[in-house]
Write a protein that binds this ligand. Structure first.
Ligand SMILES: [Zn+2]
Ligand SMILES: [Zn+2]
Length: 179
């Protein structure tokens, strides 16, 4: 395991303030500068504001800041719905923004990309193509099931139908018939 992987593993264990304290204590006890450097790097990669001197901070503070648990950094760690045009990684067509609702998949082929909304979580490292493997209609809503072609992760998203360029109904029905 590299130091960066150790740092990632430690941060992944922090779900509560109590965890931050426990992991922080562990970091202080280990007294490993390379691990601390890796925590700073990992935190920065996740968008946290970490000055160089953070390497010498108490473990708990380092962990909490690396996870951007405080202040402005917290805001940036939260999901940001980006609604921009993009070229589909599968069919290559230019996808216009959703408008009222942020678009997270191609309306033509229904593929998406495995880049999660919370920057820095494990999924964000994947970048694989999410293939539409199922679709269902219930309660007036079409739900699309995506499976990542790289890591196999599955997720469900709402189909986007009430926008200027809606999801292709024929494609949706085909996926529904397949899945
Ligand atoms: Zn496409
Ligand atoms: Zn993936």
């Amino acid at each position: 395991m590299t130091d960066r992987e150790r740092a990632r593993e430690m941060l992944a264990r922090v779900k509560t303030r109590g965890d931050a304290k426990r992991v922080g204590t562990e970091i202080d006890r280990l007294d490993d500068r390379n691990l601390r450097l890796a925590l700073v790097e990992e935190g920065r990669a996740r968008g946290a504001e970490l000055p160089d001197e953070a390497v010498g901070w108490p473990g708990k503070r380092l962990v909490r800041r690396a996870l951007a648990r405080d202040g402005e950094a917290q805001v940036r760690r939260n999901p940001i719905a980006v609604d921009e045009s993009f070229a589909c990684g599968h069919c290559g067509r230019e996808v216009p923004p959703g408008g009222r609702t942020a678009r997270n998949h191609c309306p033509f082929c229904l593929y998406s990309l495995h880049v999660d909304v919370v920057p820095g979580d494990r999924a964000a490292d994947c970048g694989g193509l999410l293939a539409p493997v199922g679709a269902s209609f219930a309660h007036d809503t079409w739900t699309l099931v995506h499976r990542c072609e790289r890591c196999g992760a599955e997720r469900r998203v709402r189909a986007l139908l009430d926008v200027d360029v809606p999801d292709d109904m024929t494609a949706l029905r085909e996926v529904a018939a397949r899945g």
